[in-house]
Design a protein around this ligand. Structure first.
Ligand code: 5GP
Ligand code: ZN
Length: 116
């Protein structure tokens, strides 16, 4: 999509601190981290939000989750005494501000549940 911020990061028009990349998915550091580790995982193909996912996107989602689990392991977040959160926001009540599907990988500190 011409005007989408995360499409621009995905195709290199805007720089990002890339953490992981393959032909389908990408991960990069969030520009305003809210935890010691705050990484965004996106499909390279434009999908506006979780609300637009179809069962045919299952393989893509599997790759996103597996990539996030790999990065979490590499950063020590999967250690027994640690842990992490992997979340996506949909719409105004959840605070979605970028309309290209992304999951936040958050780690390095405890997180409240339920979220505020
Ligand atoms: P949302 O609020 O839609 O769930 O998450 C959007 C996230 O994108 C926010 O955490 C925000 O800090 C991050 N973000 C916004 N603009 C940029 C940018 O230009 N580069 C990067 N790396 N992250 C961004
Ligand atoms: Zn996009």
């Amino acid at each position: 999509m011409e005007d989408c911020l995360f499409c621009k990061i995905a195709d290199g028009r805007i720089p990002g601190k890339i953490v992981y990349e393959d032909k389908d998915v990408m991960a990069f550091e969030d520009i305003h981290p809210t935890a010691p580790h705050h990484i965004l995982f996106i499909p390279k193909r434009h999908i506006a939000s979780m609300a637009d996912i179809t069962p045919e996107d299952g393989y893509l989602l599997g790759k996103l989750f597996a990539a996030a689990a790999q990065v979490a392991r590499e950063r020590g977040l999967a250690a027994e005494e640690q842990g992490y959160r992997f979340v996506t926001n949909v719409g105004p009540h959840a605070g979605q501000s970028v309309f290209h599907l992304h999951f936040h990988l958050l780690g390095g500190r405890p997180f409240a549940w339920p979220p505020g």
